[in-house]
Structures are given as structure tokens and as C-alpha cells.
Design a protein around this ligand. Structure first.
Ligand code: AMP
Ligand code: GLY
Length: 422
């Protein structure tokens, strides 16, 4: 099979790395890719969020499958165009990707599907939203549209609630509609299902680390590291999430004529009254995918292909025993103002069983320079979480660039978790 993978982050490098191990793969094109994907596939210049450009390339190269990494191409209708051109696509049509693109739409679908989530109200008027927020005190304010991870403010008191509504209201298009939501407490876990529109298979639960600082402090980021499996959900509880969250969501989207074929990501809060959905993404998570591809013990290509063709078999996935950890190395100034151009050293000194997935990196002929906020995700798999952590941090110690920073507590919460009952 000839595959075209869209995107250019560490998530895409991890997918490319895993796809490249498939005996069924004949050629892997990555558009536009990055210096990491160039090591496991062939990068092609491409504007990945242009439906016309993607279809033209897919046709010219006669690819058998298109796999979409990021959300922007999905929301722009790339999957619709690829499918219309008669090419199977892993990644949902724009109508279904709206489950990530619009928080209000996601809430509407959850309501209809009976999916457990935080109580909410949708506002289009800032003054009305402010009055409601002040009446609630503790509340979460979310811009309706895609806001590159900056559209959510958790307000712990009345003053913060007022400021949050004003900040989101001032955000422009993404903030013209806002969702005000009950503040939930508990452990956060990401569950990703590979879906064929009707059926699904579940990847192991993973945990992201969104804040820049250790102990979950400082500003939100795109994710500073992840590990899997997250021990807060037993296999039986994971299956329940499939039945109570994934299945009804797929059924509702299908009933609406927008079947979801791709990775459906449920961001869950494990509350005292059970798991509740914080958000859906219409794609693989980053950095969760980096560790999930490490844990997956079977060929990913037939799975993605079966999803794209609507022919998935519902069954447990083969996963490696033990756990995987991925530590993100971020650039000086990330997340506020990441600096570019710092020379990256040590990548080839890292043992090959610790993949270093590439994101914000530029290949300057003979050397790699930082070129984005999240630069590398350094991964390791171990017999257990403690071993995976130890190996990942040993690998991290081989790498350096000016201003490099990372969290030293990736996976630490998982170590402290009580053992789950299967
Ligand atoms: P989102 O972009 O919707 O995932 O929100 C970003 C982060 O805000 C989440 O990872 C949570 O940490 C937090 N968050 C979102 N919704 C809620 C909620 N209802 N209660 C508490 N925290 C939330
Ligand atoms: N890890 C969070 C996300 O991919 O949105």
C-alpha cells in the first residue's frame, strides 16, 4: 500500500515511524512532514489543509490511503475531498470533525447521545455570559471555535469568572460563541478510539501533561509529555468508556449522516460520579500518540485502512506489556514566545529503542535547529512505568539545545496511582 500522511508534528513522526514498520507498506509519503518523518518516509511539499492540493497529490502519486494527522485539514474538508476523489481516508469529514471544531456542537452531540459530560450553557452575548458566570462563581469558559489550545479558561472564583468571559469574548471569531461549563474535578485521561463510522477499537488510556511546569503549574501548552497506559482506568472501565462515550457518539453522528471515520479522542475527567467528557478531538492526540504507537503491538496500517474503508473488526488491540513514556523537550520561551534557531545536539547518541520524535525542527543541512515550541518528544518503553520513565529520562540526558526545558515529572502521577482492578 502507498500511504499519504498529512501533518508535520511529533504525532505525525510517531505515526510515520509505526506505519514504516508495516510489511504491507510499499511507500510512505508525508506532506509536508519534518526532518524526523524524512528518516522513515518521503517528505513532499504540501499545503496539508488545502483539499485541492491534497487531492492533486494523492491522485498524482496514486496513493491507496490518506491519513490525516492534525485538525486543520479535517475542518477544512480535506477528508470530504479525498473521499469524493474515490480514495479511502483515515480522518473524518468536516461535518463530523466539527465535534472538535465547535464546542457547542460537541455538547449538542453529547446531549443527544446521552454521553456523560459537564453541565453547560451556550452564550452569544458577552454581557449575558458574564452575568451567568458571576452567578456561578467557579466555572469553565470555552471559546466555541478552534483556538489552538488557548480557548479554555478555568475560573475558580467570581472575579476570575468575569475576567475569563471578557478574555474569551475579546478573542474574535473563535470567541463569538462561548460555552460556560460546570467545573469538574478528578484525574484527566485521554481515550482514543479508532473508528470506521460504526465500529471502534480502543487504544490504551493515556495521560497528557498540559501545563508547562512540574506539578501541573504555569500556563497551558500543547502537551509536555504523556504516558500509557494510565492506571486510572482498568481494562473493564476502559471498555465501559467505549460503551458509554464512544459507541453512542458514533451512533449519533452516523444517524446525522456524518459517520466518523478516524481517531475519536475523548478527553475525560474521572470524577467521583464516573468519567465525564471534557472535550472531543477528531484526531490523534499529541503527545499521546507518540506513546500509544510505542505501546501498540500490532501493525497500525491495516487498522487505519479498515477504519477508512468502513470495515473495522471490533476487538481488543494487541498491546505490549509494561508502559511507555514520552517527554517533550520545549524551546526557550515556550509557550509564550518560543525561540527558533538553537542548535540541537545528541539526537544520534540516543539508543534506537528510544525514538526521538521530531516536531519544531529545521534541517539546516548538516545540523538540526529548533524551529517551534515543542521541539522533540523522547520516548521509551519499559517493563513497567518506573522503568519506562527511567529510560526516557536517560535518553533526554543525551540531548541538548540552548534554552531546552522539559518536565521531570512525566508519568509521576501514574506511579502514585493505586493499582487498578482488572
Ligand atoms: P479542553 O481544550 O476542552 O481540553 O480544555 C483544556 C483543559 O481545561 C482541560 O485539559 C482541562 O484541564 C480543563 N478543563 C476543560 N473543561 C473543564 C471542566 N469542565 N472542568 C475542569 N477543567 C476543565
Ligand atoms: N494532547 C492533547 C491534544 O492533542 O489535544
Amino acid at each position: 500500500m502507498k500511504v499519504l500522511l498529512l501533518g508535520s508534528g511529533a504525532r505525525e513522526h510517531a505515526l510515520a515511524w509505526k506505519l514504516s514498520q508495516s510489511p504491507r507498506l510499499t511507500k510512505l509519503l508525508v506532506g509536508p512532514g519534518n526532518p524526523g518523518t524524512a528518516r522513515v518516509g518521503t517528505n513532499v511539499p504540501l499545503q496539508a489543509d488545502s483539499p485541492e492540493a491534497v487531492v492533486a497529490l494523492a491522485r498524482k502519486e496514486q496513493v491507496d490511503l490518506v491519513v490525516v494527522g492534525p485538525e486543520a485539514p479535517l475542518v477544512a474538508g480535506v477528508a470530504d475531498a479525498v473521499i469524493a476523489a474515490g480514495i479511502p481516508c483515515f480522518g473524518p469529514v468536516a461535518g463530523a470533525a466539527l465535534i472538535e471544531g465547535s464546542k457547542a456542537f460537541a455538547k449538542e452531540i453529547m446531549d443527544e447521545a446521552g454521553v456523560p459530560t459537564a453541565g453547560f450553557r451556550v452564550f452569544t452575548d458577552v454581557a449575558e455570559a458574564e452575568a451567568y458566570a458571576v452567578s456561578q462563581g467557579r466555572i469553565v469558559v470555552k471559546a466555541d471555535g478552534l483556538a489552538a489550545g488557548k480557548g479554555v479558561i478555568v475560573a475558580q472564583d467570581t472575579q476570575a469568572a468575569r475576567e475569563a468571559v471578557r478574555a474569551v469574548g475579546a478573542m474574535g471569531v473563535a470567541g463569538q460563541r462561548m460555552v460556560l461549563e460546570e467545573l469538574l474535578e478528578g484525574e484527566e485521561v485521554s481515550v482514543i478510539a479508532l473508528c470506521d463510522g460504526e465500529r471502534y477499537v480502543l487504544l490504551p488510556p493515556a495521560q497528557d501533561h498540559k501545563r508547562v511546569g512540574e506539578g501541573d503549574t504555569g500556563p497551558n501548552t500543547g502537551g509536555m509529555g504523556a504516558y500509557a497506559p494510565a492506571p486510572f482506568l482498568s481494562p473493564a472501565q476502559l471498555a465501559e468508556v467505549g460503551e458509554q462515550v464512544i459507541a453512542p457518539t458514533l451512533a449519533t453522528l452516523r444517524r446525522r449522516g456524518i459517520p466518523f471515520r478516524g481517531a475519536l479522542y475523548a478527553g475525560l475527567m474521572l470524577t467521583r460520579s464516573g468519567p465525564k467528557v471534557l472535550e472531543f478531538n477528531a484526531r490523534f492526540g499529541d503527545p499521546e500518540t507518540q506513546v500509544l504507537m510505542m505501546q501498540l503491538a500490532e501493525d497500525v496500517l491495516p487498522l487505519l485502512d479498515a477504519c477508512a474503508r468502513g470495515r473495522l473488526e471490533s476487538r481488543p488491540l494487541a498491546v505490549h506489556p509494561g508502559a511507555s513514556v514520552g517527554v517533550v523537550l520545549a524551546a526557550h520561551g515556550y509557550p509564550e514566545a518560543p525561540r527558533r534557531g538553537d542548535r540541537i545536539e545528541g539526537v544520534d547518541a540516543v539508543p534506537t529503542d528510544c525514538p526521538v520524535f521530531v516536531a519544531g525542527v529545521e534541517d539546516k543541512g548538516g545540523g538540526w535547529l529548533t524551529a517551534g515550541g515543542r521541539v522533540l518528544t523522547v520516548c521509551a518503553r519499559g517493563a513497567d512505568l518506573a522503568e519506562a520513565r527511567a529510560q526516557a529520562y536517560t535518553a533526554v540526558a543525551r540531548l541538548r539545545f540552548e534554552g531546552m526545558h522539559f518536565r521531570r515529572d512525566i508519568g509521576a502521577k501514574g506511579l502514585r496511582a493505586p493499582a487498578v482492578t482488572p
